[in-house]
Design a protein. Structure first.
Length: 410
């Protein structure tokens, strides 16, 4: 088969989809990847993909915001690529590739070979903020968020109505799409455990406290949050929780690692600068390899407002780090409450602070919960298991001849 995978951010093809791409190539499929141009300074994704046997094609797309002219340009570009590449199967992931990739595939059906579409919903993010509690600082007014959410819901309904398969990364998103009428009866849906994690690459590291090994139970716990600097990732809640924590336990060390972004929900650069200056949280520069920072941390924290399945949590668990995260879609599936970490309500710095404080007051939990987290990663989130489930969900052996006819209805 000729398979086209569409990404909204080129490096994610290597960072998150490499095991799946390799598996498809090994099974004899011709795999092509479509992605917008990378930001200056980004790694050369094309070289890494070429080593896997995957061809990379660029197309224009702006990840953040809603600009009808830019989005129409994206739709037209995808249609042109489909007519040129003649794929049998299209697999888009993240919001704009899913919507415009699905619409372009339907458009091609009227004038060329109709590809089968299997969409991967990796999370709902900012666009669905109108369905959630207002995120507070940095969030747009409620009415604006609701209008955006209503627009995106309608686009999803139209785009996905002819998709053969829709794959989700948590059951909450699956159920929400069904309740909103985005997915319907007779349409195959599947849930996979996120993108998985390479358990060899993210090997367990000895638990640590600042200045000593946790086995000695001396020193200060080191809390680490790794996330893009977006309000919806809960980084503002994390900073405030760390401020409260240090009032009770001034020896605690809190770190925040993640890149700035240019999407509407991004934390302004001057706010990040003020966080650096007040020194409540150590702001770390973005890195290509997070393993050294995870190895130097005691506890991983992600107070996100909603996720697909957070890869950063899976990486922390694989390295035997206990996790404090929010009881929201995507995040709640990654933690066994009281066993591998703690779940807290979103938007509440006080609740987050109290969960973090338990690792200071009961430091033996760090090693115990970290080891349990590694076991959970092995049982549920191994990348090989996720690839197996993805291959089972994709319609790789279900391409009836009528789907390949010009303009044939599906």
């Amino acid at each position: 088969m000729r398979i086209v995978v569409i990404a909204g951010y080129a490096p994610s093809l290597v960072n998150f989809r490499a095991p799946l791409l390799r598996a498809l190539v090994l099974r004899g499929h011709k795999v092509m990847a479509l992605a917008p141009p990378e930001d200056p300074g980004a790694p050369d994704t094309a070289v890494a993909l070429r080593a896997m046997g995957v061809e990379l094609v660029r197309f224009p797309m702006r990840r953040g915001g809603v600009d009808p002219r830019q989005d129409l340009r994206t739709l037209l570009a995808l249609r042109r690529e489909f007519l040129e590449l003649q794929p049998d199967l299209v697999l888009p992931y993240t919001i704009k590739p899913v919507i415009y990739g699905s619409l372009a595939a339907r458009w091609v059906a009227r004038g060329g070979k109709a590809p089968v579409v299997a969409s991967l919903v990796t999370g709902l993010g900012y666009a669905f903020g109108g369905l959630e509690q207002d995120a507070g600082a940095g969030a747009q007014p409620w009415t604006g968020r609701r209008l955006l959410t209503e627009l995106v819901v309608r686009l999803y309904r139209k785009a996905l109505e002819n998709n053969r398969v829709v794959i989700f990364q948590n059951p909450d998103d699956r159920d929400l799409f069904a309740s909103l009428g985005i997915t319907g009866q007779g349409q195959r849906v599947a849930v996979v455990a996120g993108s998985g994690v390479d358990l060899d690459h993210f090997a367990p590291a000895p638990p640590v406290l600042s200045g000593s090994f946790a086995g000695a139970m001396t020193g200060a716990p080191v809390f680490l949050c790794i996330a893009r600097l977006l309000w919806a990732k809960g980084v503002g809640v994390y900073v405030e929780a760390c401020r409260l924590l240090k009032q009770r336990h001034p020896q605690a060390i809190c770190r925040l690692l993640g890149p700035l972004d240019r999407v509407p929900d991004a934390v302004p650069e001057d706010m990040v600068r003020s966080w650096r200056e007040d020194r409540v949280v150590e702001i770390l520069d973005p890195v290509d390899d997070v393993r050294p920072h995870l190895a130097q941390a005691s506890v991983f924290v992600l107070p996100s407002f909603r996720e697909g399945t957070p890869r950063s949590v899976l990486e922390a668990m694989a390295m035997a780090r206990p996790v404090v995260t929010t009881d929201v879609p995507g995040c709640r599936q990654t933690v066994e409450e009281g066993v591998t970490g703690f779940l807290v309500p979103p938007f509440e710095p006080g609740a987050l602070m109290r969960a973090m404080a338990r690792f200071i007051e009961e430091p033996e939990r760090i090693a115990q919960m970290g080891a349990a987290g590694r076991r959970l990663a092995e049982e549920k989130f191994d990348a090989e298991l996720v690839v197996r489930d993805m291959l089972a969900a994709l319609p790789l052996d279900e391409l009836p001849e009528q789907d390949k006819e010009y303009g044939a209805p599906r």
